[in-house]
Design a protein around this ligand. Sequence first.
Ligand code: AMP
Ligand code: MG
Length: 550
Amino acid sequence: MEIEIQLTTSPIAGKIPPPASGAEGAWLEFRGVVRGEENGQPIAALEYETYPEMAEREIRRLLEAIAAKHPCLAARVIHRVGIVPVGETAIYVGMAGRHRGEAIALLAEFMDRLKQDVPIWKRRALPAAFREDDVRSLILPQKKIETPHVVSCKSLDEAIAEIISRCQPLPPVRVSLKESFGRVLRETVSAPEDLPVDDRSTRDGYAILADDPSESFQIVDAIHAADWKPRQLQRGEAVRVATGAVLPCNGVRVVMQEHVERNGDHIRITKREASLNLRRRGEEVKAGQPLVEAGARLDAGKLALLATAGCTQPLVSPRLSIAHFTTGDELVSPEQTPKPGQIRDSNSSLIHGLLQPFQVELGQTHLPENFDAAWSQLDLDRIARAELVLVSGGASVGDKDFTRPLLERLGFEIVFSQVNIRPGRPLIFGVNGTRVAFGLPGNPLSHFVCFHFAVTTALARLSGEGVPTSLQGRLATRLDDAACPRETLWPARLEWNDGSPQLHPLTWASSGDVTCLASANALMRVPAKVDSLEADAELEFLPTTGMLGA
Ligand code: AMP
Ligand code: MG
């Protein structure tokens, strides 16, 4: 049997000639046309999505299996994917048989099994409120697609690689030391001089020549931390010194004041220690040595080091501006008491908290769940200034889920719209020049997961920081789970046991769970199709930003 399969984003032609091998028998054609209604609601279009290689393979396998029972001459299947407006053909099937009955039987069984056997999904229905122009503008132009179909579901590693390659570091700026907190240093800062710059006392006490065996010493001077009083000490002489004072000459030691008896301007040493009680010039850092490397996020300790080195205007990443939108008419603010059907918005607090270490400028707005109403409320100038746009919820395939068309109307090219993970599968990633957008699935645990592999990767890239990488740890207890066909990012509590990371899996049942968020400081990568893991099994994990304060 001759089989021809095509997955395309283009409209399917109205007339398609039968293949040569089907010419002498019966040629039967079927067209599935998008109807103007879905689940009782009027619609403007349907969107189909697929894994093209897998879909082609499964269509072929299915046709061959059915043809074993109902032998035919030729079969042709054309499936349109992406946006298909109402009235246009989504699937075309042509069957050629020696007799009409064979072709009918093959077609009937093929159509019955297509839905369950072949990975082509109805991703969403565009509501009838979409004007024809809007629908047309969403249809991907042929030039953007390398293979003639939409590929938008990625593995976790593919999704991370795509984010890394699509996000570029933004041009750096010079700001004051205090303003630079939380930003990424974009040039390595080296020590302009030795640290410390002089030999200094680490004690309040008396400086004497290091090898002076005298019993008694005359106090000839006093040096405080701010003084600069060089003098060559002689045997039997001592100088009173304060902690941090620059020592008067080379070759001295400091005797702690607790180890002397003082009598007027004389001292007698009551205990001789091995320690010289001083910090030597350059003992910590030599001039020219790198202090903080480019790519480091500046925390309090690094700012202290830059301050010591006199780096007062570090070259750092710009403060990122982020626009975060929540969607969902069921949401009320945490202050309110939800009515039946309503829930409190937790994602705004989650996102706000997760972004704290990045020192961004964050604007948070709630949008109504009607596309036109939401669009009319957008502050387009503010959005145009945002380097990162985050939309919570509406990323999936429900009738009201409009994140994808919203981002597309804002000019974002959608790079992918699903990641083959659990939880957090419907994650949308879009780019518009140097600007980046994510449509995050609304469930809180999905939010947490998607933030930690996707948003953090984008933030790191835009800021010029090294991207977060997986670490290796060991399972503290056995993990039992129904084998999932997708990789799972499993919330866990990371604890250190004799210096090695031990991962305690947290209990969760649904991506809507919130309780585990309060304890999670790691996400374990549980491979697809694994149903149990023994205690002590080695696993990769992603640390979460919560680890900082854990
Ligand atoms: P969605 O992605 O819009 O289909 O939402 C999936 C689930 O997440 C639904 O049960 C929503 O009610 C819930 N959800 C969406 N947004 C939020 C939010 N901001 N806070 C808490 N739950 C949310
Ligand atoms: Mg929603």
